[in-house]
Write a protein that binds this ligand. Structure first.
Ligand SMILES: N[C@@H](CCC(=O)N[C@@H](CS)C(=O)NCC(=O)O)C(=O)O
Length: 241
């Protein structure tokens, strides 16, 4: 826990970097958020892009990237699977570790589907240039996909109790929380409907929100508020009453 992890992520964007930060912050791990440092100290977007482009194996595809000494990892789920045992955020057993990863990957699928509501055609295009498709995609997310994911996690929690894996809070619990926060921000009307049918999920979100380990982080400027540059964006037309 005393090592200095390095996290590389877009400095002002509330995106997948948040998932890694939550795990590090919960554990009280020492880490440097490299891109948030001043450019002359190696921070900023230019340095981040140069870091990502450096041909060093293993070469991660996209941020977030975690560096721990010789270890250099991309892919949020792989990073969390690596950090889990080191931060006490996965059970010791192989089954427990795989279960956490399974839940994380399902959360990642939900995150991608939420993202695709505002960028259904191309991530490199403006939202305004794919608005017609976004309206269609968001309808399917609201009516079918989000209720299906929510009902699934509700069923899991009905079976396990407080956490996704019975009796053990893992990084996947933190990730589910972050995702529900994002969805409640982006789709407040839809979330009000969906969450009224999923009391265990509502309670889970409140349980993570109240963790004393995260209180200093939530009160700090390290915690980025959601905005229309991140994964979860609030466009009222995508979330009718
Ligand atoms: N599956 C990857 C996705 C990584 C990803 O899409 N990162 C975004 C920021 S949240 C990015 O910068 N992508 C650049 C790109 O895909 O070109 C993960 O879970 O980490």
């Amino acid at each position: 826990m005393s090592r200095n992890y390095e996290l590389f992520y877009w400095p002002m964007i509330p995106g997948r970097g948040e998932y890694v930060r939550l795990a590090l912050e919960h554990a009280g791990a020492a880490y440097v958020d490299v891109a948030r440092k001043p450019p002359e100290e190696g921070g900023g977007i230019k340095n981040l892009v140069a870091f990502l482009g450096a041909a060093e194996a293993p070469l991660p595809f996209a941020p977030p990237v975690l560096v721990d000494g010789e270890v250099r990892l991309g892919q949020t789920a792989a990073i969390l699977d690596y950090l889990g045992p080191r931060l006490g955020l996965t059970p010791d057993s192989a089954t427990g570790r795989s279960t956490a990863l399974m839940h994380q990957l399902t959360v990642s699928d939900l995150v991608s589907e939420a993202h695709d509501t505002h960028h259904p055609v191309g991530t490199g295009l403006y939202y305004e240039d794919q608005k017609a498709e976004a309206l269609l995609r968001a309808r399917s997310f609201r009516d079918t996909r989000l209720p299906k994911f929510a009902a699934y996690f509700e069923r899991v929690l009905e079976g396990t109790g407080d956490w996704l894996d019975a009796g053990f809070m893992s990084y996947a619990d933190l990730s589910l929380f972050q995702t529900l926060e994002g969805i409640a921000y982006a789709f407040p009307n839809t979330w009000a409907r969906v969450s009224s049918d999923t009391p265990a999920l509502r309670a889970h979100r409140n349980r993570v929100a109240a963790l004393p380990s995260l209180a200093p982080y939530f009160a700090s400027d390290r915690r980025l508020p959601f905005n229309e540059h991140g994964l979860f964006r609030h466009y009222p037309e995508l979330d009718p009453a």
